[in-house]
Design a protein around this ligand. Structure first.
Ligand code: FE2
Length: 139
């Protein structure tokens, strides 16, 4: 895989399997968190609800919540990988520099981006979509 760069801080990988995705992600650095992102209820975090998410960086919300509670947040989210387990019509948005892109992830595809250089969000109904999300800290 070509490296994520300032000019191109994201990559869309073609269909492969979830275990290939996980092995690829841990080749990029140290895994900080693995999460299932989908509609699992109507309470709690945005990653578990059917809500649109404005452009953001992963980890910032967790860091803010931890600070409010006086707790430490020691995860470093340099790279985010989103592997699509089940697709829907949801659009994933990326914005970097003065550029932006909307992607509808298909089952088996993975979107991997530099969380420091890229903002991301989502639009439309999440519906049945399930993603496997991995946060990686660069070595
Ligand atoms: Fe996010």
């Amino acid at each position: 895989m070509e490296d994520l760069s300032e000019k191109r801080p994201w990559i869309l990988m073609p269909a492969f399997t979830a275990d290939q995705f996980l092995l690829h992600m841990i080749s990029l650095g140290e895994p900080e968190e693995v999460t299932l992102v989908g509609v699992f209820g109507d309470r709690g975090r945005g990653s578990r609800q059917d809500v649109e998410l404005p452009l953001h960086r992963d980890g910032e919300y967790s860091a803010r919540k931890a600070a409010e509670a006086g707790l430490p947040f020691d995860k470093q989210v340099d790279i985010v990988g989103l592997y699509c387990i089940r697709e829907s019509s949801t659009i994933t948005s990326l914005a970097w520099g003065s550029e932006s892109l909307d992607i509808n992830l298909k089952q088996g595809q993975a979107l991997i981006f530099d969380n420091n250089l890229c903002l991301h969000g989502r639009k439309g109904e999440v519906g049945d979509r399930i993603l496997l999300r991995v946060w990686v800290k660069r070595r």
